[in-house]
Design a protein. Structure first.
Length: 287
């Protein structure tokens, strides 16, 4: 069966959060939290010259020489990705999925025929398109990661970090007796490390979860996996529709879902790249 694939213009986000190369990465970080985005496009006048994504901050956190510098003294041009891959509004979601997979990127500025920045398309947007247009095509088990990286709730934070750095998915599942108890991502470890107090100020006083996490980091010298994991992760059965899984990820703004069998035992992990892979292999035509 041939399916019609929508164009980038139908799913791109706009307006785009922007900064300049002269801004500090502290400014960019604050923009990400204020607007709840995973990337900021760096402009020089009307021209796109770079992009900074959440992953760039993770690199800083694990690079001791850079981490020693206060973030307000590090200029954007020290960490931004340049030159920038971009796409056009008329490209299909499938072509974007192909390009993201080949180039290893998650965010693409969208530039029109007049070379104007008109939007940005992300893996999250690709998931949104998949969840709306491609129900009933695949099961979760068709594209899940069969052997997700796992840790115990009592593993030390140092072990978790080592495992995360080796994980291609950048995520680990916290498991007890074969059942998923939580998820830990690089961001979970990074977030409290990059200036706890500023993160607290970035959220409302009702953000009890974040404040509790920050208190744990302040009061404990040796953290374990259960201290930093996201508890009670949303799980999906292995025979669930892959488009439904994508919809769950989009609506809950999560990057992965543990997959379980009929006994509730972990058998896999659905990540954004699972959806990208499914979309890449489909027989499609443009809308």
């Amino acid at each position: 069966m041939i399916h019609v694939v929508p164009k980038v213009s139908s799913y791109m986000s706009f307006p785009v959060v922007r900064a300049t190369a002269e801004d500090s990465i502290l400014t960019v970080r604050d923009l990400m939290f204020k607007h709840r985005v995973g990337s900021v496009v760096i402009m020089e006048g009307r021209r796109v010259v770079g992009i900074v994504c959440k992953g760039d901050f993770i690199k800083i956190a694990y690079n001791r020489k850079r981490y020693l510098k206060p973030l307000d003294t590090v200029k954007v041009d020290e960490i931004m990705t340049t030159p920038v891959y971009a796409t056009s509004p008329n490209k299909t979601i499938k072509s974007v999925a192909n390009f993201m997979s080949k180039q290893g990127v998650s965010h693409l500025p969208v530039i029109d025929s007049n070379e104007e920045l008109v939007g940005i398309i992300t893996k999250h947007d690709v998931l949104r398109a998949f969840s709306q247009k491609f129900h009933g095509m695949f099961k979760v088990s068709d594209f899940m990661l069969d052997n997700p990286t796992i840790v115990s709730p009592t593993h030390s934070i140092f072990y978790v970090i080592d495992v995360l750095l080796q994980s291609s998915a950048g995520k680990v599942v916290v498991v007890s007796d074969g059942k998923p108890l939580g998820i830990i991502t690089k961001s979970d470890v990074l977030q409290p490390l990059l200036n706890i107090n500023v993160y607290i100020r970035s959220f409302s006083s009702s953000s009890k979860t974040l404040r509790s996490l920050c208190e744990v980091f302040k009061s404990n010298t040796v953290l374990i996996a259960s201290d930093v994991m996201t508890t009670d992760p949303i799980i999906v059965p292995h025979n669930e529709d892959l488009a439904k899984a994508a919809d769950i990820m989009v609506k809950n703004r999560v990057g992965c879902l543990p997959v379980v069998n009929s006994k509730g035992t972990l058998v896999g992990l659905v990540v954004k790249d699972s959806i990208i892979k499914a979309l890449r292999g489909m027989k499609t035509e443009s809308s």
